[in-house]
Design a protein around this ligand. Structure first.
Ligand SMILES: NC(=O)c1ccc[n+]([C@@H]2O[C@H](COP(=O)([O-])OP(=O)(O)OC[C@H]3O[C@@H](n4cnc5c(N)ncnc54)[C@H](O)[C@@H]3O)[C@@H](O)[C@H]2O)c1
Length: 264
């Protein structure tokens, strides 16, 4: 894969999957603008990849802040002259597992503001910046949003919106003749501290929490942030030039076991 000198913008870059995406894009040659709520959080993550320091630049962006998006993208265009790839990875997990009858409107709105509004603002900013020269946008959803889950009503709903946003944005660009591809990556159960939080509450110790977490994936496979990052890099580069509007699952085949999909 080749992303030599491509200018990429990744949100949620202070997180585990986001920082793996930053590092993977940079290893394929990209110049990466890495954003998160807190500049210090991004700096700490980027510090884990000293060999990539020259290619990566950290910045603060709350993805729900519409005005700040304009400033940040204008600054990137001023410094690099262009943007080639936008990755919307910033996300909030649901605290606990509220069901529909106990879900508070404030909690519903908190998750949708970051997971949906943030991804919308990022997708729109990406299309606006890349509409002439072309480019690629990758939105990070979740298999929970793709298939539904027994718990996490607001989280599942917000991630389901990533499917719709991606499809509609891709269709809108194709219809308008805008050469920007928009695709989504839906991770399965990826071992990160945020995803492990519920199991940690249940089990108390880390080893037991990881053991319980990994049984969610087929064969107990541990899916790592780099597994997601590889899929993102593929969709971002020219190898995927004819791929537009797809929902790519990175779930170790969990989806094949869904009722109605797997044959006895
Ligand atoms: N880990 C998994 O199993 C899994 C599965 C499916 C989808 N995902 C998705 O992958 C993405 C990354 O997950 P992760 O496990 O690395 O979690 P993480 O908590 O390590 O990373 C999420 C990052 O988003 C940032 N963020 C939160 N609100 C923000 C805001 N308003 N503006 C800017 N940044 C903000 C956080 O500061 C954090 O650095 C999320 O969108 C998550 O929903 C994760």
């Amino acid at each position: 894969m080749n992303l030599q000198n491509r200018v990429c913008f990744v949100t949620g870059a202070g997180g585990e999957i986001g920082s793996a995406i930053v590092a993977t894009l940079a290893r394929f040659g990209a110049l990466v603008e890495a954003a998160d709520l807190d500049e210090g959080r991004v700096a700490t993550r980027l510090g884990e990849y000293p060999d990539l320091a020259k290619q990566c630049h950290g910045l603060a962006l709350d993805v729900t802040d519409e005005g700040r998006w304009d400033d940040v993208v204008a600054d990137i265009l001023a410094r690099h002259g262009r943007l080639d790839v936008m990755v919307n990875c910033a996300g909030l997990f649901a605290a606990g597992s509220a069901s529909i009858d106990t879900m508070e409107l404030a909690e519903w709105q908190r998750l949708h503001a970051v997971n949906v509004d943030g991804a919308f603002l990022g997708t729109r900013a990406g299309v606006r910046a890349m509409r002439e020269a072309g480019g690629a946008i990758v939105n990070i959803g979740s298999i929970v949003g793709y298939f539904g889950a027994r718990s996490g009503v607001a989280y599942g709903s917000s991630k389901a919106a990533i499917c719709g946003l991606t499809m509609q944005a891709a269709a809108s660009c194709v219809s308008a003749g805008i050469p920007v591809r928009v695709n989504a990556v839906h991770p399965g159960y990826v071992l990160t501290e945020s995803a492990l939080a519920d199991e940690m509450k249940k089990h108390g110790n880390r080893e037991a929490a990881i053991a319980a977490f990994s049984t969610r994936n087929p064969g107990g496979m541990i899916i790592k942030p780099n597994d997601v990052a590889g899929a993102v890099a593929f969709l971002a580069c020219d190898l995927a030039r004819a791929i537009n509007g797809v929902q790519l699952l990175v779930d170790a085949g969990l989806s094949t076991q869904m009722p109605g999909r797997a044959f006895a």
